[in-house]
Design a binder for this molecule. Structure first.
Ligand code: BGC
Length: 815
């Protein structure tokens, strides 16, 4: 029986032609939706975020090659995650929402809540954490903040998009428990609690089906289970089959302009392959987004007055960027209390590392902000009139190291000097579009740090990197400050902490393994970029290291302070939880600052199922609370847990359940520094312990493909990458076909012309070139309809197949 939908904009939709409805379901250009003046439908603008606003004027590219309008560059998610502070993310979101209002932008594309499955994912700097609870809470704060200004957000990239290599064609394969308990969980919280106006569907496939047309994920999970009612938008150029997408509940195809699928949609409706109600519902949701953001803009402006690009108080936002960075930077090690440094009568300070002068403060790709200004570590020191001597130390390029740079600082060091080394990853190591090749710093930097530790016992390393690096010198240095990528005010924020103006309070949002080889996915990540087996299952990040009882360099949740905290008096509001009850459990304890200075502490709550047999993690984060305490001050903390926080996905029952038995509730200063523990009983379903392969009961060594197939219950299918080529193949896949050599040369020239970046060694060129080569031809036509019209893409495919006559005919007909 056909269910009649109630559409809010029924009257308006009834007055639209079929062509108009189809037209509205894709954008006008890179950033705008279609305007229909005769129907009084205005356009809206979507712009990238998420750590600032990347608004490009009409007609600009989408990958951040061309500069966007200046905006505040707040720290990217890799650093803000370490704040463990939802309210801070709200404030930052609000400021970004305000800048969006000033630039007449209606939707900011963010935040990214993809889980950090492996430290080498090139885009980890844009994501929060390896933990879904932390990701979800921080994203909720950010979304609420932006939307409090009447500006929409786009929670991305839904779903299972955890690597950049071959991101357009990789097929993420995971068992359902892993999908639900880890990867989808990060989306659930913000969808339910913050109601983002839009969600962005990712490029990749999941179990052989493109994310943009995945009925289970889009319809059953996102819309029905999580209750998402907003607009589902494609990632830029992610559409594969629009008819299937509309049927699965996807709404808006971005960017627009190609009209690649318009005829197919029309035909599908004409031939009754697809019911027009799918399109009507899509149009209804798009109209709601357009009118809602337009109206709320009017409402907010009535409070703030007219706004334009110049209305942003740049200094105020710079100060906020500084505070966000300061509250997030993580002090990993501080031997003998070498930090904070003295301002007066201090020993000589030598600063080395080119990053101290030219910091890396954000990552490359579509999130790249054009900042109002940037302060380096040296600027921060100058601002406080702190005397120092600076030596470049190394160059950021990977070429032959300039030994003289190293010798210069080494010969200047005296035993009592304090040496601040700014170390980190060059831009070309981590970026949207490709993954890192290894987890090391450039060799020059590791060598320099090691040599410095031989000359001075006071070496402080400041790390600039969007993701963990191996630290072979960790034992030899005195202190390590992880600044991640600190945004435009990072230099001042670091100096605030180094000299004790504030006590550090960031905590690691991810595990730093001793060596990359120790990571559960080290043997599989990046090896097969087509059939991507999530063999480690639910054992992601600390969930693996805890279960496997492996040592790590720095654990999840770790971060030092200049003061000390005492935890005491743990109690629960109830002794038992049951599935059918929706009541909360209140976990209370007291926290006291027992140290010498004011500081903030993040108390973390972990749940551990008492019965550890079967496919179950050792423990998982379910709540946290960050509070500020003066010396000697004590406060009561309450963290609330809902019944669903105890629930896990059961592979046999195919739903989330509460298991019989009980849970340990741990409160700690990190995942490996648990201070208080109590237990609660649970009345629910008996766990089934027999059905998973041995590895998943006790992860030892690395799981095999066979183990994984048994866990998942299906065989891994092979994706076809060779001839005959179709528009779903990439240039990378076709490049070696004999007849493609000349075509490739021409295309390369076109790319240089289109991006304006001609130097092949330029990082911006490398990023775009890699994306260009790994994008299926069809999607190139969606992303750049003027440079790669449909007929041209199809002609290239014919050439790759050796079908020259067909190619010539296509070019002649231009259809
Ligand atoms: C990215 C998205 C981004 C979009 C628009 C895509 O390449 O994956 O995160 O929002 O481009 O620039």
């Amino acid at each position: 029986m056909e269910v009649k939908m109630v559409l809010k904009y029924q009257n308006l939709i009834s007055s639209m032609s079929l062509e108009e409805k189809i037209r509205l379901s894709s954008g006008k250009d890179n950033w705008r939706t279609v305007e229909m003046k005769h129907l009084e439908i205005p356009k809206i603008t979507l712009s990238d975020g998420p750590h600032g606003l990347r608004h490009q004027e009409e007609g600009e590219d989408h990958l951040g090659i061309n500069d966007s309008n200046p905006a505040t560059c707040f720290p990217p998610a890799c650093l803000t995650a370490a704040s463990f502070d939802e309210d801070l993310l709200y404030e930052m979101g609000k400021a970004i929402g305000y800048e969006a209002l000033c630039q007449n932008v209606q939707v900011v594309l963010g935040p990214g809540v993809n889980i950090k499955r492996n430290p080498l994912c090139g885009r980890n700097f844009e994501y929060f954490s390896e933990d879904p609870c932390l990701s979800s809470r921080l994203a909720t704060g950010w979304v609420r903040g932006v939307q409090s200004m009447g500006v929409g957000t786009s929670l991305k990239h839904f779903a299972m998009n955890n690597q950049e290599n071959n991101r357009m064609k990789s097929d993420s394969l995971a068992d359902r428990k892993t999908m639900h308990d880890i990867y989808l969980k990060a989306f659930e919280g913000p969808v339910r609690d913050a109601k983002p106006y839009t969600v962005m569907a990712s490029y990749n496939l999941i179990d052989g089906v493109y994310a943009c047309e995945h009925p289970y994920l889009l319809r059953d999970v996102l819309r029905k289970k999580f209750g998402f009612e907003g607009v589902l938008v494609t990632d830029w150029g992610a559409m594969n089959d629009k008819v299937k997408s509309l049927q699965a509940g996807l709404d808006l195809e971005m960017p627009g302009g190609a009209m690649y699928f318009d005829e197919e949609v029309k035909e599908a409706i004409g031939s009754e392959k697809m019911d027009v109600s799918h399109l009507d519902q899509t149009v209804d949701r798009i109209l709601e987004l357009v009118f809602r953001t337009r109206n709320s803009r009017e409402e907010v402006l009535s409070e703030y007055g007219p706004l334009d690009k110049e209305s942003v108080d740049r200094e105020k936002h710079h100060e906020l960027a500084r505070r966000v960075a300061r509250e997030s930077m993580v002090l990993l090690k501080n031997e003998d209390g070498i930090l904070p440094l003295e301002k007066e009568n201090a020993p000589r300070i030598l600063v080395t590392g080119v990053l101290a002068e030219k910091p890396r403060y954000q990552g490359a790709g579509s999130s790249h902000i054009n900042p109002y200004k940037v302060t380096s570590l040296l600027d921060g020191l100058d601002g406080r009139q702190i005397p120092y001597k600076y030596y470049q130390g190394y160059s950021l390029t990977d070429g032959v190291p300039d030994e003289s740079l190293k010798e210069e600082i080494l010969s200047a060091v005296e035993e009592d000097d304090i040496i601040l080394v700014a170390a980190g990853l060059p831009d070309e190591y981590e970026s949207e579009g490709f993954d890192r090749a290894h987890m090391r710093l450039p060799k020059q930097q590791d060598d320099l740090i090691m040599k410095l530790t031989k000359k001075s016992r006071k070496v402080v390393v400041l790390l600039y990197a969007g993701a963990p690096v191996e630290m072979p010198w960790a034992d030899a240095v005195s202190a390590i400050f992880n600044l991640y990528l600190p945004g435009q005010a990072g230099g001042e924020a670091a100096v605030d902490l180094l000299f004790g103006e504030y006590s550090p309070s960031g905590k690691l949002p991810e595990t730093i393994p001793l060596r990359y080889e120790n990571h559960p996915t080290s043997e599989i990540f990046g090896v097969d970029n087509y059939e991507v087996e999530y063999r480690e299952g639910i054992y992601v990040g600390y969930r693996y290291f805890d279960k496997a009882e492996k040592e790590v360099l720095f654990p999840f949740g770790h971060g030092l302070s200049y003061t000390a905290f005492q935890y005491q008096d743990l109690s629960l509001s109830r002794k038992e939880i049951r599935m059918e009850e929706e009541e909360e459990v209140t976990v209370s304890f007291r926290l006291r600052n027992t140290g010498p200075v004011e500081g903030k502490e993040t108390a973390q709550l972990y749940l551990e199922r008492v019965n550890q047999e079967g496919y179950v993690v050792k423990k998982s984060l379910k709540g946290f609370s960050k509070i500020s305490l003066k010396p000697g001050e004590e406060k009561n903390i309450e963290i609330r847990l809902r019944t669903e926080d105890f629930c896990e996905y059961d592979l046999n029952l195919e739903k989330e359940v509460l298991y019989e038995g009980g849970y340990r509730i741990h409160i700690g200063a990190s995942s490996r520094d648990l201070r208080l523990t109590t237990e609660i009983k649970s009345t629910g379903i008996q766990p089934d312990m027999a059905t998973v392969p041995e590895y998943y009961r006790k992860p030892e060594g690395k799981p095999s493909s066979r183990d994984f197939e048994m866990l998942k219950g299906t065989r891994v299918r092979k994706i076809q990458t060779g001839k005959p080529y179709t528009v779903d193949h990439t240039l990378y896949e076709m490049k070696d076909a004999l007849q493609m050599r000349i075509v490739m040369r021409i295309l390369k020239r076109m790319l240089a012309g289109a991006t304006g970046v001609k130097d092949e060694n330029d990082n911006a060129y490398k990023v775009v070139y890699s994306m260009f080569m790994h994008t299926p031809i069809k999607r190139l036509s969606l992303l750049s309809p003027d440079k790669m019209p449909k007929y041209l893409g199809e002609s290239i495919v014919h050439i790759a197949n050796g079908e020259f006559l067909k190619a010539a005919k296509k070019a002649r007909d231009k259809k």
